[in-house]
Design a protein around this ligand. Sequence first.
Ligand code: URP
Ligand code: ZN
Ligand code: ZN
Ligand code: ZN
Length: 478
Amino acid sequence: MATTLITGGTVVSATGRSLADVLVDGETIRAVLEPGSRLLGTDLKQSVDTVVDATGKYVIPGGIDAHTHMQMPFGGTEASDTFETGTRAAAWGGTTTIIDFAIQKYGERVEDGLAAWHEKAAGNCAVDYGFHQIIGDVNDESLKAMRGLLDEGVSSFKLFMAYPGVFYSDDAQVLKAMQVSADTGLMTMMHAENGPAIDVLAQQLLAQGKTDPYFHGIARAWQMEEEATHRSIMLANLTGAPLYVVHVSAKQAVAQIATARDGGQNVFGETCPQYLYLSLEDQLGAKGDQWGEFEGAKWVCSTPLRSKHEHHSDELWTALRTNDIQMVSTDHCPFCMKDQKELGLGDFSKIPNGIGSVEHRMDLLFQGVVDGHLTPERWVEITATTPARMFGLYGKKGVIQPGADADIVVYDPKGHTSIGLEKTHHMNMDYSAWEGYEIDGHVDTVMSRGRVIVDADAYLGTAGDGAYVKRGLSQYLL
Ligand code: URP
Ligand code: ZN
Ligand code: ZN
Ligand code: ZN
């Protein structure tokens, strides 16, 4: 088995940083050593197969993006990144594990939905991957099938209080699924928006001729997110289900989560880079040369981007610092403008919902360190360590310690990354939602289970390097 020494760097964990060398043996980390250490009398630099010089750089656990939708059928089309292109883009950006959402469609068996996702991913991924299970049809059969998920390495499922007629669960269905969650320890992940009310608002706006992407954000008002977040917290409180609220964008939803946590409830919150940086006015309301008023379609996602005048982003950065929100995933769900987002020309409700960011999460959050929102330790915590603990991967993933998978990123805090379609973009999209963003840092080297897959702006991996990872129950639960 090949050995590698990552030497001279500052190893950053969720709890601290120190100058240390990391010895990798095969697929795992063998030792974290004082700089220049000898092991069993030998000078390691001489005896290992490869030396990676990380002098002046951060050495961090590979990022874990716990919310992606590769090749997801949605909005009359399919998310444009395959498992191959999407995980390769993830690797470029220092993310070495994704957790994607397998889908049980309405009328389908849960087992068949999960099997279909294994089929899409197997042999195609550049980095390791796990699955959450979307339950799109809560019924007696699916409730029973959920009890078999943990044996498959799936320890979490997502319900939707939004998207009536697609993935929507009513309160009775949510209650029943949460009872299974409480009973089994499976994490309930919730898309918390009041879908039926949103659909009425959307139809009323369209009837008034308000068809541009901007009105997607108006229909999906923050009250719809706060209300559903509250309702899901109450149902979780009643049943005892652990609850993880996905893609939180409204500060009022943050407050609901914070209150529940203060009360001792197992409630967790995730936000995404788009809610930290982008807004209703600047993006959904954008007018571009190519697409005119339809430019904003690039940023149509749900929950939507919020008004900059209400300062949701500021509150989200604060919540990340104070742990009212625990982690950041991308909700990577890319669609091209051509033939995909275009489906909603003249009707914002037909624009496929989603933004692609899997490649840029580590960089965008590192910019949060540079801008004074986060410490380097908190950056590692919210992008790798907490995702690992939240979803039952910790020890193997999310930490640099002996025995862990050698998923390691050498990150240059003095480097630079220009984001844009012609620059760093490797996602299968015909635009970048992050065009023009400049990052004061750079992903230098990415190692996935001991193999260097990205180094010095070259991709060295192959499709199929990534393996399915079975997950255990959340390590946040007693
Ligand atoms: O707009 C989004 N978020 N698309 C992906 C599906 C979901 O709700 O997460
Ligand atoms: Zn969602
Ligand atoms: Zn999603
Ligand atoms: Zn580069």
